[in-house]
Write a protein that binds this ligand. Structure first.
Ligand SMILES: Nc1ncnc2c1ncn2[C@@H]1O[C@H](COP(=O)(O)OP(=O)(O)OP(=O)(O)O)[C@@H](O)[C@H]1O
Length: 238
């Protein structure tokens, strides 16, 4: 980091703010915020990160950023989110930000068709791209594949898991009743194990482990779930 270069410095409310270095001390930097010229402040060196030269640059994969750090990663996701691009890749990991509203055509049957058989990275980041890669890898490698969905309460894990199920059954299902039954099993499971919390009106109060079995003719579905609160193990087969 040098004098005059754009950097991300700590901000009390926004997390980070863009600024330039005006002086370099032993363990702190003097920063001039971009939005408040002439009003400098001190920031510890280890909390200041290099920024992209082009502040408006957004990328579909965070690995394409010139500087990959906490601040550039957050900024890329934030700017994408403001344009209704809720998904961002970090190589073959997908980051999803909950939009809390329906984004038109994001999960439409046409979008499902677009992602079928496409390699990761050829189309914009999407949970369908991850689902398709898992399915294709299973066929090519002849090995079971796992998709781990993780995040805080209300992040969108349940919804995205349902999109994965819908994608797999629509794209690679049998075209028979079983496909619909797999998707329709969710409201039933949610009726048993979901509850309204302060963070989520439809919060799963159990961890979910969903197995989908494919063979040439039949699609099987196995869902095991474990109660979050009392650790009672319940297995359900549908
Ligand atoms: N991709 C999305 N598009 C639109 N709305 C969404 C999306 N993802 C989540 N939501 C909204 O956010 C709510 C919370 O999401 P969800 O139940 O999936 O969170 P969760 O991570 O499973 O939370 P918990 O751990 O509490 O069960 C959903 O009920 C839905 O209204």
């Amino acid at each position: 980091m040098e004098d005059g270069k754009p950097v991300w410095a700590p901000h009390p409310v926004d997390g980070f703010q863009l600024g330039t270095i005006v002086d370099i001390g032993a363990d702190s930097l003097t920063i001039e915020p971009l939005r408040q010229k002439g009003k400098t402040f001190l920031a510890p060196i280890n909390q200041v990160f290099p920024a992209e030269d082009d502040g408006d640059k957004i990328v579909e994969d965070n690995c394409s950023l010139m500087y990959l750090n906490e601040a550039t990663l957050l900024n890329n996701i934030r700017v994408r989110y403001s344009k209704d691009k809720i998904y961002t890749f970090v190589a073959n990991i997908l980051i999803a930000v909950n939009p809390y509203n329906d984004i038109p055509k994001l999960y439409s049957p046409e979008t499902i068709k677009q992602y079928q058989g496409k390699s990761l990275g050829t189309l914009p980041p999407h949970v369908y791209a991850i689902a398709d890669k898992a399915f294709r890898d299973m066929r090519v490698l002849k090995m079971s594949q796992s998709i781990i969905v993780s995040g805080e309460s209300g992040a969108g894990k349940t919804e995205n898991t349902k999109f994965v199920l819908r994608y797999l059954t629509t794209s690679y299902g049998t075209g028979q009743d079983i496909d619909e039954r797999i998707v329709e099993a969710n409201p039933l499971l949610e009726a048993f194990g979901n509850a309204k919390t302060v963070r989520n009106n439809n919060s799963s109060r159990f961890g979910k482990f969903v197995e989908i079995h494919f063979n040439e003719k039949v699609l099987h579905f196995l869902c095991k779930y474990k109660m979050k609160e009392n650790n009672d193990k319940i297995k359900k087969r549908t």
